[in-house]
Each structure stands twice: as C-alpha cells, then as structure tokens.
Design a protein around this ligand. Structure first.
Ligand code: AMP
Ligand code: MG
Length: 425
C-alpha cells in the first residue's frame, strides 16, 4: 500500500529553519513554516448557541450536571421491582400509578407495577422496566412473563454525561451535534474566537466583473468569488478591495491599506516574475517576503510574508492554483489563527483508476472524482485536463489525489485522496 503522502511530515518538519530561498520549497516544509507563523487570536466573544455553528470554541466546556439527571425509562411499559417477579411463571401485578415524561413519581407500592413512558423518572422501589409489547394488561393489572433482570430498560443517572467531565474541548469547530450537547447541560452561550478579518484583492488589468460585457483581451474575475466563498466557509470577515490594476503604485496603496485594516491579506495573481507582476515586489518593499515558490502543481508561485505585522498570502493567478494553494496553505493558517487545534484535512487511500506515468519534481494535486465499484471498492478517476487554468476540473471533482514528488502511479495502486468535504465543510 502506498503511504499517505498528502502532507507527509508537515507537523513535524523543522521548516522554520528552512531557507526561504529562491529554489522550490517542499509542500511539507512550506506548510510547517507557515503554521509556525500563525498566531491564534486572543479576542473571545460569547455567542448564543444558536449562533455559534461553525465557530471555534475558545474554552473547554465542563458539565455541572448529570445527564440524564435521574434514572428514567428507556421504553414505554411498566416499572417494577424485579424481586416481585416469579422466576419461572407469569406474575400478575396491580398497576398502582402512571408516570409520563416530565412528571415526578411516587415510591412504588411493594408488589405493584407503575405504568411508565419513555423519559419518565423511575419510581423509588422499581429497578426495571418491561416493554409494553412484552406484557398483557387485564383490567387494573399487568401480567409479566420471565425473564427480567434488574436495570433492564433503565437509563441510569449520569449515564451519558457525569457532572465534572469535559464534554467539549477548546479548539474544535462547533458542529450541530456539539451545540445540542452544550444545550443538554443547560449551556446557553459559548465562548468562541472572534472571526478573522481577511483583506483580499485580485490583481490583473485583464479582469472584468461578471456583470459587465467582456471587452477584447479581458477575462472575468473568477478568483474573487472562489476566494470570498472559501473565506465564508471559514467564517472570516472579508474586506474586499476588488480588482487592483497591474502597476506598482496601485498595488502599494491597496496593500498598505489592507495591512492596516486586517488580520491577514490574501491576493491573487501578480506573484510571478513577469514585468506585470507587482505584488511580490511590493511586499518586499513594504514588508518581508518570507517564502516563495513551492514544489507543488498546481500552485508553484505561492508567496508568504508580512506587510507591517499583517501576514500575507500571495496566491497565484491561475484559478485552480488559487483554489489549491488556499485549501492547502491559507486554510490551515486561518484555522490556526482562529484557534483550531486540527488544521490539516483528513485524507485517505483510494484505488487509482488511472495511470500517472510522467515523473515530476513537484507534488501533484490531481482533480479527481470517486466512485464505488460493484465490489464496494472506492476508486478515483481524474479529470482529463489537469491544467491550472481549467476551473471546470475543480467544479467537476470530489477532491484531490496527491502524488508524491518523483512518483508515478499505475492503475490499481492506492493513492492519497483529500475530499473537498474536508476542505470546504
Ligand atoms: P498571473 O499570476 O497574474 O500572471 O495570472 C496567471 C493567470 O491567471 C493569467 O492567465 C491570468 O489572466 C489568470 N488570472 C489572474 N487573476 C485571475 C482572476 N482573478 N480570475 C481568473 N483568472 C485570473
Ligand atoms: Mg497578472
């Protein structure tokens, strides 16, 4: 089996010492370097649980209650004392009380049964519940057949949550079930990290907004919408500077303003070495470029640095590269800044239903779809056009197959797959 190579050593690599030099940096070193620069926010706000979905919990939540708070019935039926039953023949017990969910109970009169409903408290003196389907009612009595044993069909006090235990750890992204769990111990508000303020802009004289006719030589601005939507999935607050033309003065003005107003700057385009690429040079002039050019495909010209104290990601211009570099680098950085403990997506191995025979010196992230064959095995097929400008490939795909540097893949081999669900949820 192939080892999972999506992020082979990112957490453990000593990349903070890696030289941010001109040659390509490995994905693992680049990621470890970037994560070493991510400072978690210190601002915490209390939110009603109904508004906390998707936010990152800032403090662990400890229960001050037992759940359930008292022994209660797991079934609709009859509560009784197991000692009152005959071991080898039917027993007839008078029905002495009726207890519904939400009511309180009286102590059980010895030698009787209580009519009881799911969630209702077990009366003192009873130690089991018999399901109504398993007994017969005659007048004011119930007839019960053996065997029955103590504890049957009773949900014990504190069975789910014991008072004093941690039910939610700090640093998790709150999911619907976590909010339900918080509510189950009576918590109405949760402490969460405030949203990260992210400034974005897209560089390029060729860019046109989708609601305007396309002039010759122009293209529509796709990256703005990919980026803002990706940031929305991470609950960021967005400061959108729109399109910035390809000149040094405009780039400088916007970059300086973005640094003042945000916790993080993300740009698209203009980070290559062409005459019309001004972002990298501007970051070098206004701040520090700490990393540039990653051994990955798509996405080689990824820049990272600081403008004043504000961290900066210069994503490439090609739309697939924007998506891939955001998901693989900016996303974990943002999650770490937002206080998340787990920042890397979960990948798993799937069978390659394609050949990838050309070796490359960069790690490849292929746009792939999964399907399950008749034997129940999950295989991956890849989009025919793996070019970094082919935005259709990521819209078509279910995720990214990762192929290590210098590796080839033959049909039938196992390969690493990162589902988009992991990256976009
Ligand atoms: P650049 O890195 O600026 O040289 O851009 C690389 C390629 O991506 C060029 O073909 C650009 O036209 C294209 N591109 C840059 N920005 C965008 C954008 N916002 N939306 C769609 N395509 C873009
Ligand atoms: Mg450009």
């Amino acid at each position: 089996m192939t080892k999972d190579t999506c992020y082979a050593n990112a957490q453990g690599s000593n990349a903070a010492q890696a030289n941010p030099a001109q040659k390509l940096m490995s994905v693992d070193d680049a990621l470890a370097f970037i994560l070493s620069k991510a400072a978690p926010l210190t601002d915490i706000e209390d939110l009603e649980i109904s508004r906390a979905l998707g936010r990152v919990l800032a403090r662990p939540q400890i229960s001050t209650l037992n759940v359930p708070p008292a022994d209660n019935s797991a079934m609709d039926g009859y509560a009784l004392a197991s000692d009152d039953l005959s071991a080898d023949s039917d027993t007839r017990l008078r029905i002495s009380q009726r207890i519904a969910a939400g009511q309180t109970s009286q102590a059980l009169t010895p030698g009787t049964a209580a009519r009881i409903f799911t969630g209702a408290p077990i009366p003192p003196g009873a130690d089991c519940v018999v399901m109504q389907e398993h007994c017969r009612v005659e007048g004011d009595a119930v007839i019960i057949s053996p065997p029955l044993h103590a504890g049957q069909n009773i949900r014990a006090r504190g069975e789910d949550i014991k008072s004093g235990v941690t039910i939610l750890d700090a640093g998790i992204k709150l999911r619907p079930q976590d909010l339900g769990l918080a509510a189950s111990i009576g918590v109405a508000q949760l402490p969460v990290y405030r949203p990260l303020r992210v400034a974005i802009f897209c560089t390029g004289d060729e860019l046109t907004e989708p609601n305007t006719p396309l002039a010759p030589g122009k293209i529509y601005n796709a990256n703005r919408y990919t980026l803002t939507s990706l940031l929305h999935t991470l609950h960021c607050e967005i400061i959108d500077f729109g399109i910035v033309p390809d000149n040094l003065a405009a780039t400088r003005t916007v970059l300086a303003a973005a640094a003042q107003q945000s916790d993080l700057i993300i740009t698209s385009g203009g980070v290559s070495v062409g005459d019309e690429d001004h972002v990298k040079a501007t970051v070098e002039a206004l701040g520090r470029l700490e990393m540039w050019r990653i051994a990955m495909k798509p996405g080689k010209p990824l820049a990272f640095g600081h403008v004043d104290k504000t961290p900066f990601f210069g994503l490439p211009g090609n739309p697939v590269s924007v998506f891939a570099t955001f998901c693989l680098f900016a996303r974990p950085f943002i999650l770490r800044c937002q206080g998340m403990v787990k920042t890397l997506p979960q990948s798993f191995l799937v069978r390659a239903d394609f050949d990838w025979l050309q070796k490359g010196n960069r790690r490849e992230y292929l746009r792939a779809r999964l399907y399950t064959d008749a034997a129940g095995i999950t295989g991956a097929v890849i989009y025919p056009n793996q070019g970094s400008a082919a935005l259709t490939s990521i819209s078509w795909a279910h995720g990214l197959v990762c192929i290590a540097e210098d590796a080839t893949v033959q049909r039938g081999q196992m390969v690493s797959f990162i589902p988009f669900n992991e990256l976009l949820a």
